[in-house]
Structures are given as structure tokens and as C-alpha cells.
Design a protein around this ligand. Structure first.
Ligand code: ADP
Ligand code: CDP
Length: 671
């Protein structure tokens, strides 16, 4: 997951490959609650691991439910409709799929509970659900503002004789909440009447579908009223299905469907394949496929997978502008708003008023951020009209606010295919954790940028100047990859010695370097399966590295390996010749120095902390000898690149040095 302050996505050029989707959020949270309410144990496979499901799992545990987790499988011990814990304070984060149904279930089961969430949750209406529950005799108080969480629940006197009225035109989650809670008290038939037109019906279909899997058969009238009246039959009882599989998230699929529709194919690939969701999906957002087809996407579907490619020029590319009622795909339709940037005219998305009460006011958010990219946007109470930038030169870039809304962040990643080849900066990228913590990793695994567009920051300098520390911290703050090129020379020398090859045998060491089975995992370095991190980082290891690094054959042998680290979304590389030889086109090069005395003191501290005994004077002599060799060798000598910025960190901390580098980096960016 990228938990950086911002994520810069370089201009993307192509896409291709296979994506396995994380489990559906809507299904995961419903299944967890139903399993908890049921009699018996339920094994839930392919459960989504995300903020919203974590909220639900924590709440269920606090209510006395047993939960055993192993990877993406969870075993839930059902409460059998009885609460073990009748008093609890529950934090619901920003998870509507946890807040609404738990409120209903706990209010009906009786007990003393407080349910609260993040500030945005306290702005998301819940009054219609509370009104419906009060009709049933539940005792519910607003702790803060009338109509909004946080809520206090107390035991009440249930009256189940009259039909219950609930509004259906604000959020379908209110009806879902009642449908999931009422079977707990169905000693007689319970009728729910929906007032106003029911929105987001597909989500109710998911609820009804899953209720059936857990033994509850909701009755509905035939004909025109089939979405207005729901009856829970007397004697309904939750029964665990034993095992249940969660489908891939159809809303999350929308980003990769859009990707397939807008990106040229990567070499050797002709489409994006999505596994885990397909034509047999019970999720309403699967109908995003139809909308994407209308815009020109070429999509083949099988029961459990999808294959998407971009249309040929004039036949689906550029995308076709559409005018669509999006009530049936409220979440996935946001993705259409970004696809509209690649369309041949004005796209209108209608009947999307529910966007205003989601994680953020999504109509306002999308309008504001799309305009930052150069689109012309008209925003209405329940619609958006989007006209893309007229020409390549009209595209703009700016930091994109994500409003703590996972979908805004995921949508705008697709703007990186803009024809102006501008990078896209997303603020607070970790908000995707709500439903898809590894979204960006999944995106980068199936997209390609032109190599020259993938940024590299080079940090070169003498030994113990702090290059490694600075480069690693800078990489971490930017969410970039990190290359410790010195480690490659160290490992080459180590492997050569191990193989009995003399360090003076240039061809022999080069042969070993060319096929070096080296792997980096965090700050650990592996040679094949062996952790050699400590072994290579001795002073002797540094000297040996310095020796082999003077052979042109060895340097040439390691070049391709180093270039391979230049991957999305970017790289920070440390060494001696990163800016001069390996990445000469890097947009930022740092030449890092500190006085020999400072460097010797730092290295001394580092070595004694690892239990090695040595003196500062000895270290200073060693490092000056190594500097002299590195600077005077004929190939790739240590020297600042002509366009490098000099940074003397003798009196700077690692953090201050990183601040300086990131400050310079910001200066090179177009935002
Ligand atoms: N700016 C700094 N101020 C103080 N100590 C530093 C600084 N930068 C690095 N160090 C310390 O100096 C030692 C050597 O740093 P390292 O990053 O390994 O250097 P290099 O990669 O240039 O050989 C480490 O123990 C590190 O914590
Ligand atoms: N890009 C690089 C990186 C390291 N090296 C060599 O490898 C040796 C060890 O590199 P390192 O970065 O691990 O060394 P320290 O700076 O940590 O002491 C250096 O002394 C250089 O001689 C190089 O020639 N080119």
C-alpha cells in the first residue's frame, strides 16, 4: 500500500495482463454480519481485507463473536441470533456497510450500544433508518446532530404488528439494514413498505441473494410493486451455509475495465483480463460492462472473468460520449466520469444524486478535480456533464484531492493516460485502503510507461556520506523503488570469493555478476536463498566491492540489472555513477558529501553498533583510500554529474537531507 503524502503517477502508455480482484466490499461485509447472526460456523473464503471489513470484524469480535482468520479466509462462529455482549461502544470508521446494518441488528436485539465513526460518517444521513426502527419500538438517540451518527441504542419494546415504512430514495442501505435485521425477530410475518422510489436496486438484489444463502426467503409481490414491498416470513431463522465464497469486487473491476478501454496494448498482450468477477456476478456494478461497451470498450465475458481491449481507431477509440442514467451503477459510474476525458464529445451521467451522500460529495468532488485536468464540467443536483479538453495542449495537471474517498483516488489514476503525457499527482493515496489496499500495485503490474517517463532520483557520493540512508528515506516518502547499487558490487565480490574466483579476474567476476541471483527484500539482501546482508556490509566487503567495481567488464555486466530497477512509479538509486553513467537522463541528481571526519565517525558508530571493533582513525584511513580508488579509476570514476546538485550533509540529519532532496524534487515537477 502507498501510505505516502502523495503519489505521482508518471504518464502511462500501455496496458496488458491479468488482474485478480480483491473480494467485493458489499458482499464481504454483508456475509460477515449474516455469519455472525447465524446459528453455526461459517467459513468465508476470498474475504476482502480492507478498512471497511476490518471495522466490521472488530465490531463483531467486540459483540462476542468468535473470528479466526487465515489469509483471506475467515471462520465466523455465529451468535445464533443472541447477543453475548449487551453493552459496547463500537467505532464504524467510514463504513456505511457496517454502520447501517449493525445499527438495525443491535437496535432489534436490544442492549446498550454506542455507534460512532470518523467525522465524515457523522455527516452521512441515517435518520430514515432510525425513523423506521423507532416505528418498531427501538429506542435510539442521536448523540450529536439529529439525523446523523453517532447513535446511542437502548433496549426498547418491540411492536411488529404494523407494516414498517422506510424511505428508499436516499440510500438503499437503509432497506438492506432492515432486511438483514428483521429476520432476528420474525415471530410473525413482518412487512416493509418502501416509501419513494427505491434507488440502487442492485444492492438490494445482493442483500436478497445473500439472505437466501443464509436461509431467509424474503417475499415480494409480483409486478409493479415488486420493489416497494418486502415480507420476512414468520419463523425465519438464520442458518449458516457452512462455506461461502466472496466474489471479486465488481466496482473495483470498473477501473481495470476502463483501463482496458483507454490503453493501447502492451507488447505481446492484447487485452486486460480480470479474474474473480464476470457475467454470473450477483453485484449490480457488473452492469458497468454495458456502460463501458456503450463507450466503445471491447469486452468478452465468461461466468467468472472478463477480457477487455481498446477499440480500433474510429470503432471505439476515441471513446464515444454517452448520455446515461446511472442509477443502477452508482459506484462504478464514477469511473465513467474519468473515461469521459477520453471521449469524442460531452458525456452526461444522470440520476446520480446518491453520490452526494457517499464518502464525500462525489458530484462536487469529481467536478472539481476533472476541471483541474482541463475538462469542462457542468454540475447539477443529480447529474454531471463532462467535456474533455479539446486538444492535447488543453490538458493540465495539478495535485488531485482525493477527499478520503477510495473511488476518487482510483478513478483519477486513469488520467495518467492523458495524451499530453503529464504525470498525475494523487494526494493521500492510502485512502484506497477502504476497499482495495493494493490498488496501485495492481495497476502498476498491468501498465507500462515509456522508460524515459519513469522518474529516477540519483544519489551519488563517497562512502559513508549517508547515500543509502538518504536514498531509502526519499524512496519511502515518494513511494518509489530503491536501488542500492553498491550492494550489487558487494554481492558480486562476495559471490566471486565464494566461487574461488580471484577479485583481479575481471572476466571471471563479470561472468558471476552477469548471472547474479540477487534479491532485495526491504533492507535485506539475498544471494539465491541465502541472506547475505551482514556478510556483504563489512568494511572488507566494501573494499572488495571497490576492487571489483574497477573492472569495466563487471560494470557492464551489472548495467542491465540496474536498469531493471527503473519501474513504476519511480526510482531512487544510490551509488557512485548513478547520475553519470547508469541513469544519465535522471531529472534529479544529488552528489552527497560530508567531511571525511564526519563520515568516519558515522561509519564507526554503525560498525560498533553491529559489534565490530575498530577505531575512527583506521576507518578514516580506509574510507579515504576507498574514495581515492573510486575517484581515480578510469571507468565510471566517482565524480558529480555535470547537472548534479551538491549536498553537504555534515551538519544535517537524515530527515533534513531528505527534506532538501524532496524540496528540489518538487521543483522539477509540473504541479
Ligand atoms: N545526515 C546524516 N547525519 C548523521 N548520520 C547519518 C546521516 N546520514 C547517514 N548517517 C549515518 O551514517 C551511516 C552511514 O550511512 P549510509 O547511508 O550507510 O552511507 P552510505 O550509503 O553513503 O555509505 C549510517 O549509520 C547512517 O545512519
Ligand atoms: N554505483 C556504484 C556503487 C558502488 N560502487 C563500488 O562499490 C563499493 C561499495 O559501495 P557501497 O555504496 O555499498 O559503499 P558505501 O558507500 O556504503 O561504503 C564502493 O566503494 C564503490 O567502489 C561503484 O563502483 N558504483
Amino acid at each position: 500500500m502507498f501510505d505516502t503524502e502523495f503519489l505521482d503517477i508518471p504518464p502511462l502508455a500501455r496496458a496488458g495482463g491479468t488482474v485478480r480482484l480483491p473480494g467485493s466490499k458489499s458482499i464481504s461485509n454483508r456475509v460477515l454480519l449474516l455469519a455472525a447472526l447465524s446459528e453455526g460456523e461459517t467459513t468465508v473464503h476470498d474475504l476482502l481485507a480492507s478498512d471497511d471489513t476490518a471495522v466490521m470484524l472488530t465490531a463483531l469480535k467486540r459483540l462476542g463473536c468468535s473470528v479466526r482468520q487465515d489469509g483471506d479466509t475467515a471462520v465466523i462462529g455465529g451468535l445464533g441470533g443472541r447477543l453475548v455482549q449487551r453493552k459496547a461502544t463500537l467505532f464504524m470508521g467510514n463504513a456505511g456497510t457496517a454502520m447501517r446494518p449493525l445499527t438495525a441488528a443491535l437496535a432489534l436485539l436490544g442492549g446498550e450500544f454506542e455507534l460512532s465513526g470518523v467525522p465524515r460518517m457523522h455527516e452521512r444521513p441515517i435518520g430514515d433508518l432510525v425513523d423506521a426502527l423507532r416505528q418498531l419500538g427501538c429506542a435510539i438517540d442521536y448523540i450529536g446532530n439529529e439525523g446523523f451518527p453517532p447513535l446511542r441504542l437502548r433496549p426498547g419494546q418491540l411492536k411488529l404488528d404494523a407494516p414498517i415504512q422506510v424511505r428508499g430514495d436516499v440510500s438503499s442501505q437503509f432497506l438492506t439494514a432492515l432486511l438483514m435485521a428483521l429476520p432476528l425477530v420474525a415471530s410473525r410475518d413482518i412487512q416493509i413498505d418502501v416509501v419513494g422510489e427505491l434507488i440502487s436496486r442492485p444492492y438490494i438484489e445482493i442483500t436478497l441473494n445473500l439472505l437466501k444463502r443464509f436461509g431467509i426467503h424474503v417475499q415480494r409481490p409480483a409486478g409493479a410493486d415488486s420493489w416497494q414491498r418486502f415480507t420476512i416470513p414468520a419463523g425465519s431463522r438464520y442458518q449458516s451455509p457452512g462455506e461461502i465464497h466472496v466474489e471479486g469486487d465488481a466496482s473495483s473491476a470498473s477501473y481495470f475495465i476502463a483501463l482496458g478501454a483507454i490503453a493501447e496494448s502492451a507488447a505481446g498482450q492484447n487485452s486486460i483480463e480480470i479474474l474473480g468477477v464476470g457475467a454470473d456476478s450477483i453485484q449490480g456494478d457488473i452492469r458497468f460492462v454495458e456502460a463501458a461497451r456503450l463507450m466503445g470498450a471491447q469486452i468478452d465475458s465468461s461466468p467468472n472473468s472478463l477480457r477487455i481491449s481498446r477499440g480500433k481507431p474510429g470503432q471505439g477509440w476515441p471513446l464515444k460520449a454517452i448520455d446515461l442514467d446511472c442509477n443502477h451503477i452508482p459506484d462504478a459510474a464514477m469511473t465513467l466520469a474519468v473515461m469521459a476525458l477520453y471521449a469524442d464529445g460531452t458525456t452526461t451521467l444522470r440520476n446520480i444524486a446518491s453520490w452526494r451522500v457517499k464518502e464525500t460529495d462525489r458530484i462536487a468532488a469529481m467536478a472539481c478535480e476533472l476541471q483541474k485536468l482541463g475538462a469542462t464540467v457542468e454540475e447539477g443536483a443529480d447529474y454531471l456533464k463532462i467535456t474533455p479538453p479539446a486538444q492535447r495542449a488543453d490538458w493540465k495537471t495539478a495535485p488531485i484531492h482525493t477527499y478520503d474517498d477510495h473511488r476518487v483516488a482510483m478513478c483519477f489514476s486513469l488520467a495518467a493516460f492523458n495524451p499530453a503525457q503529464l504525470p498525475v499527482r494523487l494526494l493521500d493515496p492510502k485512502c484506497v485502503a477502504k476497499t482495495f489496499p493494493d490498488y496501485f500495485e495492481a495497476l502498476f503490474a498491468v501498465t507500462e510507461a515509456d522508460t524515459a517517463c519513469i522518474p529516477v532520483i540519483c544519489v551519488d557520493g563517497p562512502t559513508a556520506s549517508g547515500k543509502g540512508s538518504l536514498a531509502a528515506l526519499t524512496a519511502q516518502r515518494l513511494g518509489y523503488h530503491f536501488l542500492d547499487s553498491g550492494a550489487l558490487y558487494r554481492v558480486s565480490a562476495f559471490a566471486a570469493t565464494r566461487a574461488g574466483v580471484s577479485l583481479d579476474d575481471a572476466a571471471g567476476v563479470a561472468r558471476i555478476a552477469r548471472a547474479l541471483p540477487v534479491q532485495f527484500e526491504g533492507d535485506r539482501v539475498f544471494l539465491a536463498d541465502e541472506d547475505v546482508s551482514e556478510a556483504i556490509r563489512t568494511e572488507a566487503g566494501g573494499m572488495a566491492a571497490s576492487k571489483v567495481s574497477a573492472h569495466p567488464e563487471v560494470r557492464a555486466a551489472l548495467l542491465a540489472l540496474q536498469h531493471g530497477f527503473r519501474q513504476l512509479p519511480g526510482l531512487v538509486a544510490d551509488g557512485r555513477d548513478m547520475g553519470t553513467i547508469v541513469f544519465p537522463d535522471a531529472p534529479l541528481k544529488i552528489y552527497l558529501t560530508a567531511s571525511a571526519r564526519h563520515r568516519a565517525e558515522r561509519r564507526h558508530k554503525q560498525l560498533i553498533s553491529k559489534g565490530n571493533s575498530t577505531t575512527i582513525v583506521r576507518i578514516q584511513q580506509d574510507l579515504e583510500a576507498r574514495d581515492a580508488r573510486d575517484m581515480s579509476r578510469p571507468v565510471a570514476p566517482l565524480k558529480p554529474a555535470d547537472d548534479a546538485r551538491l549536498l553537504d550533509n555534515s551538519d544535517l540529519s537524515i530527515e533534513e537531507s531528505a527534506d532538501q532532496v524532496i524540496g528540489w524534487w518538487q521543483g522539477t515537477r509540473p504541479f
